[in-house]
Ligand binder design. Sequence first.
Ligand SMILES: Cc1cc2nc3c(=O)[nH]c(=O)nc-3n(C[C@H](O)[C@H](O)[C@H](O)COP(=O)(O)OP(=O)(O)OC[C@H]3O[C@@H](n4cnc5c(N)ncnc54)[C@H](O)[C@@H]3O)c2cc1C
Length: 431
Amino acid sequence: MSTTVVWFRTDLRTSDHEPLLKAVSTRQPVRAVYCHEPRFQQKNEYGFPKQRSFRAEFIRESLDDLKSQLQEAGIPLDELHGESGVELKNYAKLHHVNKLYFHDSVGTEERESEQQVRAALPDVEIESFIGDHLIHPDDLPFALEELPKTFTPFRKMVENQLQVHPAYPPIAHFTKPDHHSKENWVQPPPDGFKGGTKAGLARLHDFTFGTRAIDTYKETRNGLMAWNDSTKLSPYLALGCLSPRMIYWHIKRYEREYSANQSTYWVVFELLWRDYFKLVHRKFKEKIFSSRGLNGRRISTRRDPLDFAKWAEGRTGAPLVDAAMRELKATGFMSNRCRQNAASYLVHDLNLDWRLGAAWFESWLVDYDTASNYGNWMYVAGVGNDPRVGRKFNVTKQGLDYDGKGDYARLWIPELADKAGDEIYNGALYS
Ligand SMILES: Cc1cc2nc3c(=O)[nH]c(=O)nc-3n(C[C@H](O)[C@H](O)[C@H](O)COP(=O)(O)OP(=O)(O)OC[C@H]3O[C@@H](n4cnc5c(N)ncnc54)[C@H](O)[C@@H]3O)c2cc1C
């Protein structure tokens, strides 16, 4: 008997998953695969691992969660180790696979994997779907080639007629109608970042119906320390444990049941930023990895190892940057405000090649996402689509503005334990 296979990649969920629904509709046995490709675990050209333990553990937990969700729907998930093309070819032979469905992925290496799979399975019906945008690219009021050069006109164009598809229902609805019980939505908040859809939904619930932190998101989102300052949904989005549409419709429900305000809107606004960078990546592909980025501006490609090490290890002497870089190494996460400052410092103060910084973030971030990471780095470096020269932050002023009491700096820099906020940020650099 022939088998239909769903190839999971950065879409580790069973809700809002078009390939999975399509597979179930084929009315033949369905299996799922995930391929651990060595290329994603190797060192990058700068000599550090492409992926550290924070993301690896998050993926492990997400796969375990996915496996149990699929199991309940009667679909086995097999983990393969090796190049996707080779592995899927063997797998297809073993299981008599005649149909293969998956979500597309725009990354250079991900596209290579996809091409290898297509070449290795000439007799298999293959279909890919787009599943990681809030607004499906086909629903945009312009063609991809006409993507506005900056975010604001893009936002204005899409926001007026926001066309967000309903999220596809969870797979369990098709196999066991009562499975998706409410308890999945009322878990206690996870301790730090725990991978998987279940933990992602719990976090989403906690930020909205649970604590109603979403009501003040616009005011708190630039905070550096509190768990509820921002949604902390980025790793779930990056690995696809949640889709942006699931989050969007959840917020709409919250707005109906409680109230809508500037803050509830602002989460959607940020999801549009995410979509924008996804579209930039889709349009410009590997150009986003080049030093001159999208606008061709010539900028520094200096790679001084000592200066880079100071930045990466949090020893620049600029407290906000150092605290942020130490937080990254200790937790795999950093707030958006700190990411901006850390990136700005590497580019505009240390005058280093921005791609070194982007690769370091790629290595450490639990929520690494190619489009968001490289898109934001290009933006700070001034080589994005934007005609602006770049975004230089005054890291001392930012420290005073966002960490005036010095709590954040003291938390990550023990050398500053007995210093007050103004001492920390008013030029008294430590060494
Ligand atoms: C230099 C730099 C590198 C970055 N690298 C990444 C990355 O690898 N992966 C990643 O997901 N985000 C990245 N960001 C964007 C942003 O910092 C994180 O998405 C955010 O800090 C995650 O925390 P949160 O989920 O609590 O965000 P919230 O403030 O709660 O925002 C909600 C969601 O909106 C999206 N979002 C918010 N801000 C941005 C933004 N500026 N660009 C794109 N999407 C955004 C994210 O998906 C986020 O989860 C980067 C930003 C900078 C300045």
